[in-house]
Design a protein around this ligand. Sequence first.
Ligand SMILES: N=CN[C@@H](CCC(=O)O)C(=O)O
Length: 266
Amino acid sequence: MSVVDVKQGSSPVILGLPHTGTEVPADIWDRLNENGQLLADTDWHIHTLYDGLLPEATTVRATFHRYVIDANRDPEGISLYPGQNTTGLIPETDFDGRAIWRNGEKPAAADTQKRLEQFHKPYHAALAAEIKRVQDIHGLAILYDCHSIRSHIPFLFQGKLPDFNIGTNQGTSCAPEVAAATGRFAFAAPGYDGVMNGRFKGGWTTRHYGRPQLGIHAIQMELAQSTHLQSEAPPFAYDETKAERLRKHLKDILENLEQTAFKLGS
Ligand SMILES: N=CN[C@@H](CCC(=O)O)C(=O)O
């Protein structure tokens, strides 16, 4: 299986898709318990939701599931949110805090090393190469990292998650113009709510690549799955009607981001 799927485009915008993959090698699959085999924490259908919205955007998509190894976590294993409930580089639990591995099958340090080499490194090598290619063309690059999550997860946050959750690592991962361009259409979308740097401030990808002073702007969009799924439970089916409504706003956001990149680069 190919670990990463890259589609090159001429736009200054790159879409990162670290969590839409559902492929799990057989030997790892056999170690997941029944709960783990639900793959519940997938960013379900996110590549379909964004498909074609900005035709010249480059896309970099991990094909492997985050339970194999999480492409949006620090390869050193450092927690995204020290002291808070979160999931790790190879998660031990799902987002509800329930075990995902069979008894005695929890991955060990040697598994982590192997999966870093086989999955995490190739994904990030491809992403870094695309950022460099785009920056060589335009003088800058905007990495828009695409995510989704259930809107109610008491293990991770209280109450209902807003629809659009934009993360810029507290304003450090991109220029203010990039954050404003993303927020402008997200926060004005009728019937939706949103927040900047709320519960989700940007994962390792956003934090690692976002170097606005060097022309690399990274921003994370975490969508509540209630905006585009029929139900936030198995089988996590796509809701065409909800998705079509949402896609109009996502298209506005991405087109505005692209225009902002051209302005920043001129
Ligand atoms: N759908 C995935 N969500 C991200 C959120 C990262 C963050 O805390 O901002 C993840 O777990 O990697």
